[in-house]
Design a protein around this ligand. Structure first.
Ligand code: PHE
Length: 343
């Protein structure tokens, strides 16, 4: 099958997602059988990946790909069986209820991948002395925008496409307003992270109207860009494994100066380019920078005595990268066949 030549893990995942979707949408046993042949048959799409394995460079990549395909095929097979049982049960509505049949096996639940990611991020920063705090999801315009250097009329306000509640209140578009709240409450020095929900008017394969952020803030005397980089590179190795490689790109945020973006060598292809990283080899992980002196001042901290860095990362993104999940919407469709096997 030439269309799967050189296919990556992400392609296998999206074909498996397609298969699960087709299983769910089958209304009768004939349709279900067609789905089985199309995806699991000898010339089926999943087997196509097995045939293309020979084209993969090293033995380790071949072994990994083989395992992924087998695991996903197994999941599709399970889904087919479940759907077949459902359809057959539906066919025989008139049969008397057999109270002696054994009950279906109960499965133990587990934490959602995003919850796992947030917990793990929290654990790593707790070791570095960061306290985890929270702030309101319904926030004042003043905190969300004005006090972080985006006064009325600032162009960044429209790019955010905000859910407004009234003239003064909105659903926060980021966790950065909690920087101000924390500075006012805690003063300096301080180290905090802020996990929480944020809201934007967006919806496609990589954007949701509600998602999570983990904000980080470190303020002390003499904090420099090197502290920022060292901390976040340490974080990346702790979270993604010792081989995680980062690169830094200049960026712009109104509330940090200078501002940077941290990218990670693609965890799926290792940097050679695949569909997950859009063939660039790099994945955007977070935005960060040195806290702008005006923002420190707005939080009641003297920028001549203290400096600090801040960052904002997306745990959905981190979970997608860590588990090779190709479509952010899978995280919120609550299909237990996807959620159950997450390590
Ligand atoms: N608030 C920024 C965003 O939502 C992320 C960020 C946080 C950038 C802190 C720099 C410092 O995109």
């Amino acid at each position: 099958m030439s269309d799967t030549a050189g296919a990556g893990e992400a392609d296998v995942h999206s074909v498996a997602a397609e298969a699960l979707d087709a299983v769910r949408r089958s209304d009768d046993l004939d349709q279900l059988d067609e789905v089985r042949v199309r995806y699991l048959g000898r010339n089926g799409r999943l087997n196509g990946f097995l045939r293309s394995i020979g084209k993969l460079g090293d033995a380790e990549a071949r072994r990994q790909m083989g395992q992924t395909v087998q695991a996903l095929a197994e999941r599709v097979r399970e889904a087919l069986e479940e759907r077949r049982a459902e359809l057959q049960a539906g066919d025989s509505d008139d049969e008397p209820l057999d109270l002696t049949r054994p009950a279906p096996r109960l499965r133990r639940g587990r934490a959602h991948p995003v919850t796992i990611a947030i917990t793990e991020i929290g654990r790593i920063f707790a070791e570095l002395g960061y306290a985890a705090i929270s702030g309101p999801e319904v926030e004042y315009d003043r905190y969300n925008f004005t006090l972080v250097n985006q006064p009325p009329g600032h162009p960044a306000r429209d790019s955010h496409d905000t859910f407004y509640i009234d003239d003064q209140r909105l659903l926060r578009t980021h966790t950065s307003p909690v920087q101000i709240r924390s500075m006012v409450q805690r003063g300096a020095p301080q180290r905090v992270i802020v996990p929480g929900k944020v809201f934007r008017r967006d919806y496609d394969a990589t954007h949701l109207p509600m998602f999570h952020q983990v904000e980080g803030l470190c303020i002390d005397q003499g904090i420099a860009v090197s502290d920022l980089k060292g901390t976040l590179e340490y974080f990346a190795r702790s979270f993604f494994g010792p081989d995680a490689r980062a690169r830094w790109r200049p960026h712009h945020f109104p509330f940090t100066e200078p501002s940077l973006e941290m990218e990670l060598a693609c965890v799926v292809c290792g940097g050679s380019g695949c569909t997950v990283c859009g063939r660039t080899g790099w994945l955007e992980l977070l935005g960060c920078g040195m806290v702008h002196p005006d923002v420190l001042r707005n939080g009641g901290i003297d920028p001549d005595r203290y400096t600090g860095f801040a960052f904002g990362m997306g745990p959905e993104r981190a979970a997608m990268l860590a588990y090779g999940i190709p479509d952010i919407r899978l995280l919120y469709e609550n299909d237990v066949r996807f959620l159950r096997p997450m390590p």
